[in-house]
Design a protein around this ligand. Structure first.
Ligand SMILES: *Cc1c(COP(=O)(O)O)cnc(C)c1O
Length: 386
């Protein structure tokens, strides 16, 4: 289906709400039945009938249809955070005694889900370097149930060969799950390569306005039905109708926002490469990226994230650079309208914590919707202050 049709019309039935152009927020917790038969019938299939908003709500359903179409999957669920989308998807497919294979540097709370939370319930795990398919193959056990991918990851952007991972997993009856937040559904559709479940932090590009925390899980009708009946309903992964309507509004401009961020990041990354105060620029679609060819074969864009590595031996230089920036907010998250930085040095010298494995010279930028030269000039003047 055409992207314009998905974002502007799909799932919206204006006959049902006074021909209003924007869909209403159906802010209700529960729905009325016409009688005993009706109630019995609908409670047996809560995923498809309006019973209770923890399961099914008309405003949320509009969003579910759009998200599934964007990821080219049969169905989708929308959840109250990206973290709940990740945990809901993973937890629906493992039980005590099972084993999970996960890429080495996933999102921090995904790492703690697998290494701490699920480990408590007797689920074993291996973290592997996802850039090598044979490394993944070597750790498959008879009880491996899930292969968890994140491509690219959101700090140093390592990617996995999605076609090869899907093929390997299918041969071994393993469910594949990918965190596709980095590319958004516009620049990579993992289901097309055979990946079973695609999750996103919808907090990032899908909502895109830094005012809602949400997540999505996309997959086949059968897989989504299974997740609905297990983790989604029991853990209460719900998003509120109001937040869902905010994301529907955010999606209207997804292609425009993403293009602006993507083009700016690529432009600035290209301009900064070779700068005397920069050791390395990391962006998956720069020819200097070690997995450039693979990246090009499965991603049609990379969005607004770029990491630079400063060329210095002095932590003071990092402070000077960061403090000199005028137009970047220092904050976690990304995917909104505003440009951001996270300097890795924050995660060094933390009281009571080991230093981050990412060196303190690394700085991750998110380029938002401001003009490219406005942002580039700010970085250049800050480099001069080092
Ligand atoms: C932010 C993020 C998450 C978690 O999403 P929340 O919406 O913050 O719960 C998961 N994966 C990636 C790659 C992220 O950047």
């Amino acid at each position: 289906m055409d992207i314009n049709d998905i974002l502007t019309h799909l799932g919206e039935d204006r006959d049902l709400y006074f021909q209003s152009v924007a869909p209403p927020v159906i802010q209700t917790s529960n729905f009325v039945f016409s009688g005993i038969e009706d109630m019995r019938h609908k409670i047996l299939d809560e995923n498809h009938y309006h019973v209770y908003t923890r399961g099914n709500n008309p405003t949320v359903n509009i969003l579910r249809k759009k998200i599934a179409a964007l990821e080219k999957t049969e169905d989708a669920l929308v959840t109250g955070s990206g973290a709940s989308a990740v945990s809901g998807a993973v937890m629906s497919f493992v039980e005590q005694g099972d084993h999970i294979i996960c890429v080495q540097k996933p999102y921090s709370w995904t790492y703690s889900l697998i290494s701490q939370y699920l480990a408590k319930f007797g689920v074993a795990y291996d973290f592997v370097d996802g850039s090598s398919i044979s490394d993944i193959k070597n750790v498959i056990r008879p009880n491996t149930k899930v292969l968890y991918l994140e491509s690219p990851n959101s700090l140093t952007f390592e990617i996995q060969d999605l076609r090869a991972c899907a093929e390997l997993a299918k041969k071994n009856n393993i469910i594949t799950i990918i965190d596709n937040s980095h590319c958004s559904p516009l620049y990579q559709n993992p289901a097309v390569f055979g990946i079973d479940l695609v999750v996103h932090s919808a907090t990032k590009y899908l909502n895109g306005h830094s005012d809602v925390v949400a997540g999505v899980i996309c997959g086949s009708k059968n897989h989504i039905e299974h997740i609905f009946k297990t983790s989604y309903m029991t853990l209460g992964l719900i998003i509120s109708p109001h937040d869902a309507s905010m994301i529907i509004r955010g999606l209207r401009t997804l292609p425009l926002r993403l293009k602006q961020s993507n083009d700016t990041a690529f432009y600035i990354a290209s301009k900064l490469e070779g700068h005397p105060k920069i050791q390395k620029v990391i962006h998956p679609l720069l020819p200097s990226f070690p997995q450039y060819t693979l990246a090009n074969s499965q991603m049609s864009g990379a969005g607004g994230l770029t990491t630079i590595v400063l060329k210095t031996d002095s932590k003071q230089d990092v402070y000077s650079f960061v403090n000199a920036l005028q137009h970047f907010l220092m904050a976690v998250s990304w995917g909104g309208y505003e440009s951001l930085i996270i300097p890795s040095i924050v995660f060094h010298d933390m009281p009571g914590k080991p230093d981050s494995p990412i060196p303190w010279t690394y700085i991750r930028f998110y380029f938002g919707l401001e003009e490219a030269d406005f942002l580039l000039n700010d970085i250049l003047q800050a480099l001069d202050k080092m």
